[in-house]
Design a protein around this ligand. Structure first.
Ligand SMILES: Cc1cc2nc3c(=O)[nH]c(=O)nc-3n(C[C@H](O)[C@H](O)[C@H](O)COP(=O)(O)OP(=O)(O)OC[C@H]3O[C@@H](n4cnc5c(N)ncnc54)[C@H](O)[C@@H]3O)c2cc1C
Length: 505
């Protein structure tokens, strides 16, 4: 997969303390699993309070969704507040908005305190529509925001190169280079003696009296408190996250143009949407165009993903030169709210933070506040609305239906449908599931005709994988795990590689 602009020019290595000692054992107050924005922000705040902390990361710092984000810092999470008021209530929507607004200020505060150079810019964030039939959605959202007492602006023109029907602006939002920001926090984290073990996979969390043993492939870490900041919780059963969350993929392109760039951040309310922001890259001011959302594992074409973004860029910025393109996925819960707090009723002092539905810059900060307060034994005003132990009926019936259909397709229907495909029908640089002696086999033939064969069953919970021709990966339609063509695991919640099948001459 391609690298994002945030990761592309990463010359400096993150603190890396690879541990190759199989008998390795350490004891700390807190073990954090995952070094994305959630894990690193928790580590920053908790290390300032004097806790001893280890972070374990299966790849590198910011190698997950954080390193591939768009990096808008906003409480404007699409047209969301009308949904929240209707699905929950006004009080709840108010709390969500307030928690995210405070998160923006908290990020700004940290940047100032630690003097972090991360291209942080305060801007207005807009949701817009260029379709007359969507005006009603926008108007409802504006009414919802007024009900909540939030001062937003309704406008009919924007400084983007096409006509819109309407837009809602949130002032005092921001954008940044998240990787530079995390690097700034890492400096302080290191000073506070937090150890970061990269290329170290957590494989289990075992109870040991009132404490926990975090098992990794290389050794164990004893901890009183565990924070699962692994994006999709890597635990297979505890908390049953696999029954209430899926992953959604989005695409981004970075373009260079001589045309004047807009001054804000923009996202359309259409489905699929278009998201726009400016950024700094190699000394130039560039434009990021994102969108093309779909559930991970749902087969898609180049035209529907990057192609759509390229077409948009060429239409409105005819001189556009594409500098980079990349994609990433984020977790979406069925009621569209993150899961933050105690991971399961059976795991006191084990915390989770997930399900940010592509708004994790602020929500990871909301999560940090909730987790830190809980560790300190302090009440947090926002904890109840995000509780990971919530058992309320799922409000989002449409998503629930989608997830059930896709899960069962993965487990049963697809197994039969792909059956008659034969290996020799496969063109070079293509992949497919074929059936050999009643066994499903995932085949990829590279550009030179070399064949790679894997058992196309996800190592997370056994769903049948689908082939992703754009990235040459095997993707799970149930929970969003992803594997390279040669079986190497690249995206959570799975952490084990696929079984590689030998090919007889
Ligand atoms: C295309 C795209 C654009 C987005 N744009 C925005 C935006 O503009 N604004 C916004 O607010 N949000 C945005 N988001 C969402 C945001 O980027 C994410 O919600 C956020 O980065 C998630 O951070 P995280 O730390 O929870 O997860 P990650 O960054 O994925 O970090 C989790 C880490 O855990 C590690 N890990 C996983 N399993 C294990 C294991 N078993 N052992 C050890 N380590 C493990 C992973 O390698 C990873 O590094 C976007 C998301 C996408 C996909």
């Amino acid at each position: 997969m391609n690298k994002s602009i945030w990761k592309a020019n990463e010359k400096e290595k993150y603190p890396e303390k690879i541990n190759n000692d199989n008998n390795f054992k350490e004891k700390v107050d807190i073990c954090i699993i995952g070094a994305g924005i959630t894990g690193i922000t928790c580590a920053y705040e908790l290390s300032e309070l004097g806790y001893s902390i280890n972070i374990i990361e299966k790849n590198e710092v910011c190698s997950g969704t954080t390193g591939n984000t768009t990096g808008k810092i906003t409480s404007q999470h699409n047209a969301f507040y009308d949904y929240l008021i209707n699905s929950f209530d006004e009080n709840m929507a108010k709390k969500y908005l307030e928690a995210n607004e405070k998160a923006i200020r908290k990020i700004e505060e940290r940047i100032q305190k630690e003097n972090i150079d991360c291209d942080f810019e305060k801007l207005t964030s807009y949701i817009y529509t260029d379709k007359n039939e969507e005006i009603e959605i926008l108007e409802k959202e504006y009414k919802a925001l007024n009900k909540l007492g939030f001062k937003s602006e309704y406008v009919r023109e924007l400084d983007i190169p096409f006509k819109i029907e309407g837009a809602i602006g949130f002032k005092n939002q921001a954008q940044f280079n998240v990787v530079k920001y995390i690097k700034g926090l890492l400096k302080k984290i290191e000073e506070n003696n937090v150890k970061i073990y990269t290329h170290t996979k957590a494989t289990d969390i075992e109870k040991n009296g009132k404490e926990y043993i975090v098992k990794t492939e290389k050794g164990n870490i004893d901890a009183s408190i565990v924070i699962i900041a692994s994006h999709y919780p890597f635990l297979k059963l505890q908390g049953l996250y696999s029954a209430k969350m899926y992953q959604s993929m989005s695409y981004l392109i970075a373009i260079e143009t001589k045309k004047e760039l807009p001054k804000g951040m923009y996202i359309s309310i259409s489905n699929p949407n278009i998201s726009i922001r400016t950024a700094k890259y190699e000394g130039k001011e560039i434009l990021l165009v994102g969108g093309g959302d779909h559930k991970t594992g749902k087969p898609t074409t180049y035209e529907e993903s990057y192609g759509r973004l390229e077409e948009f860029a060429k239409k409105y910025y005819p001189d556009a030169k594409i500098l980079k393109k990349w994609n990433a996925e984020d977790c979406v819960s069925l009621d569209k709210l993150p899961y933050i707090g105690q991971a399961s009723n059976f795991l006191p002092n084990v915390y989770v933070a997930t399900g940010y539905k592509k708004w994790g810059m602020t929500l990871s900060n909301v999560a940090t506040g909730i987790i830190v307060d809980s560790i300190k034994g302090k009440e947090n005003h926002y904890a109840d609305i995000f509780s990971s132990l919530r058992m309320k009926p799922v409000k989002n019936h449409e998503e629930m239906k989608n997830m059930i259909i896709d899960s069962s397709k993965g487990l049963f229907i697809n197994k039969i449908k792909e059956a008659e495909i034969l290996e020799n029908e496969l063109e070079n640089d293509c992949g497919k599931i074929i059936e050999i002696e009643n066994h499903k086999v995932g085949i990829y033939k590279n550009e030179n005709g070399k064949v790679f064969a894997v058992n196309p069953i996800c190592t997370h919970l056994g769903c049948l994988l689908t082939w992703n021709q754009i990235d040459k990966t095997w993707d799970c339609p149930c929970h969003g795990s992803r594997f390279r063509y040669d079986g190497k695991n690249i995206c959570d919640p799975a952490y084990e590689d696929l079984e590689i099948l030998e090919i007889e001459e």
